[in-house]
Design a protein around this ligand. Sequence first.
Ligand code: GTQ
Length: 345
Amino acid sequence: MHELGRLEDLPEEYRAALTELNLVPLWPSLRAVLPPGKPAIRTRPTAWPYRTLRPLLLKAGELTPMEKAERRVLVMANPGHGLEKMQATSTIYLGMQLLLPGEWAPAHRHTPNAVRMIVEGEGAYTTVDGEKCPMQRGDLILTPTGLWHEHGHDGDQPVVWLDVLDLPTVFYLETSYVTGGNPQEVADQGMDQRYQRGGIVPAPVFVRSDQPFPMLRYPWADVRKALLALAESQPGIEAVQVAYVNPETGGECQKILGFSALMLRPGECLTLPARSTAMVFHVIEGATKVEQDDHAFPLAEADTCCTQGYAPVTLTNLSAAQPSFIFIADDAPLQKKLGLYEVRL
Ligand code: GTQ
């Protein structure tokens, strides 16, 4: 592709006349917005080790009371996007949230979709649309767009969880806002029990079945069991991975971001092909190295990192004796809807 004219090549008064009328010549910027072969990528492979983040999050618990925070969160921001943008990737917001014993994060609802991956502590719960969802390590709890949610804590130790939101996209669309509310009446408990097994759903289809988000809590104990059973029964399978889906439709559980859990067998090394999606990896159990190009992140339990799109990612279980378990988020659902999703084999 040949070189195009630069802005400086144009007479100053011509440029001023364009600016005056809110006009911009395309050709000096054409290669920036349509680079050849591969997009311009700001997302930088970045790791957020829990060991270094945790003391600062607990310190926030001392420095800032809940009334002054509403949500006490340290946002994990990608330096490639600028920290103030609060983007881990172009489409994914990540935050680590702390709730201390007896604290309460008041009810609200907002247009962005959120999920929580519980990292440590016992006794907290999120009430989503009247359903009380207990939080245990490794559980995934959805708080989809428009549903009321609030967090409470009856335990005696700090509780920490990872928030994953599609906030960057919803904000970019100029559709991000929140509504405050009153504490919810708890109408339902243990609703995740309705979807005990893939392939069968309650019949006649009832209660939330006409809802876009019928399942709000995915207990880690069940997901872990499913991964172990998959590894055991399909020894030849390329990736021991399960997706968090809507059990009524089998489709993705949210519309913009997608979520899965992956098990690496002891000593396993797995290369994921280059795809158009950036990814987030969070270690639920075990130790895993995540590598992309010149970056290598040896992750311990509760550590989180992100990678870019359009380059392969290699995952290595650092233990030769134990499996490792990883939670993965990406924006494949959005990219597929937009017709942008690519795998480059
Ligand atoms: O817990 O509702 O990390 O509203 C950012 C925005 C968490 C929440 C975040 C939120 C929440």
